[in-house]
Design a protein around this ligand. Structure first.
Ligand code: ATP
Length: 352
């Protein structure tokens, strides 16, 4: 894959407040990249710097190996879809999508008949891509949020950018529609064959759609990886806590392969920590299981059980803490149980 965008040491301060503290990131052709992090961590500012709406305080943005410092947004190979779609309410779907083409000088110079034919061909291609064929003459204010979102995407894609920037575009939709649109957006990205850079604070959205997730916090990148990498091998307690649910427990390294927590030593994979170093242990609820008392590692009592559809969410109380466990077998509240897990699922992280 070819490198398309490079962010090199990007910092940004607003007044005295530093909101980006040195962002380095490579983005490739045809990637679906998600910037994920809590509110205020600097995702939108990063996206706006890529789009040229904001200048970095220091550092460089390169497109195809060349600095774009002097290029305003409309001269960059990017297009942006904002959370509020900013469609033109007085225009129908067709004219909303055609709008960008009508602004282009090369279209304005063409003979009217040829121009209209070309516009029609392109509008039809992109309406097809977003699943809105047949809606050409609909006025946009009579459409649902999800449909308006698709119009906004078609309107951005018709300019044939190399990169589409999307700032929380699904945030205004209800849960069911948002989930549907997650799959569709990924499909649209594949069909368009371009790079999408997507901003969200929703971890499920990021895991569902992305080829690559960039986890940010307080103006820094904490981890970059595939959804599987980020979920299975979070590099810090923050990432583990932000993506998916976790039991996070303080422990102490006894040896390269041995960590002590909750009163006992446990074998783990070698994470390269020093002997006697205090660490955080991350145990995912779905990696824990419940067996008969005395048969597992940690003894406890079922404190609560909630049916979640595909599994039960069970809280087991031990003398030291409560463990949350996802398992398909029912265990009554108050019953004595024992918790087990594999050594590969004992994730050891630097103490936060
Ligand atoms: P959210 O999900 O809430 O949009 P975010 O991760 O996208 O958060 P940013 O919007 O990039 O975060 O904001 C990062 C920080 O920069 C915030 O503290 C915000 O208040 C501040 N900030 C952003 N834009 C400006 C601005 N134009 N002037 C001053 N401060 C700003």
């Amino acid at each position: 894959m070819k490198k398309l965008i490079e962010l090199k040491g990007i910092t940004k301060a607003f007044g005295g407040q530093v909101v980006l503290k040195g962002i380095d990131l490579d983005i490739y052709e045809n990637e679906f990249v998600t910037l994920l992090g809590p509110s205020g961590c600097g995702k939108t500012t990063t996206l706006r710097i890529i789009g040229g709406f904001e200048k970095p305080s220091s550092g460089e943005v390169l497109f195809n190996g060349e600095s774009v410092a002097d290029l305003p947004p409309h001269k960059r190979p990017t297009n942006t879809v904002f959370q509020r779609y900013a469609l033109f309410p007085h225009l129908d779907v067709y004219e909303n999508v055609a709008f960008g083409l009508r602004l282009k000088k090369e279209y304005q110079k063409m003979p009217a008949k040829a121009r209209e034919a070309l516009i029609e061909q392109k509008v039809s291609k992109y309406l097809q891509m977003v699943g809105l064929v047949g809606y050409e003459n609909r006025s946009v204010h009579k459409m649902s949020g999800g449909q308006q979102q698709r119009v906004a995407i078609a309107r951005a894609l018709i300019n044939e950018p190399q990169v589409l920037l999307l700032d929380e575009p699904l945030a205004a939709l209800d849960l069911k529609l948002r989930q549907e649109m997650q799959y569709e957006l990924k499909e649209i990205q594949r069909n368009a064959g371009i790079t999408f850079i997507f901003v969200t604070h929703d971890q499920e959205e990021a895991l569902t759609m992305s080829d690559k997730i960039v986890v940010m916090n307080e103006g820094e990148i904490l981890q970059v990886g595939t959804p599987e990498d980020i979920y299975n091998e979070p590099s810090s307690r923050f990432v583990a806590g932000f993506i998916g649910e976790s039991n996070i427990i303080e422990g102490i390294m006894k040896d390269d392969y041995l960590v002590h927590f909750d009163g006992k030593d446990y074998v783990c994979v070698d994470y390269g920590f020093k002997k006697n170093e205090v660490v955080d242990i991350v145990l995912r609820p779905e990696d824990l299981d419940i067996v008969e008392p005395g048969q597992g590692f940690i003894e406890g009592i079922v404190d609560s059980i909630i049916f979640k559809g595909v599994h039960y969410e069970i809280d087991v109380k031990t003398p030291e803490r409560i463990y949350t466990i996802h398992t398909i077998k029912y265990h009554a509240e108050g019953s004595q149980v024992s918790i087990v897990f594999d050594k590969e699922d004992v994730h050891v992280m630097e103490k936060w």
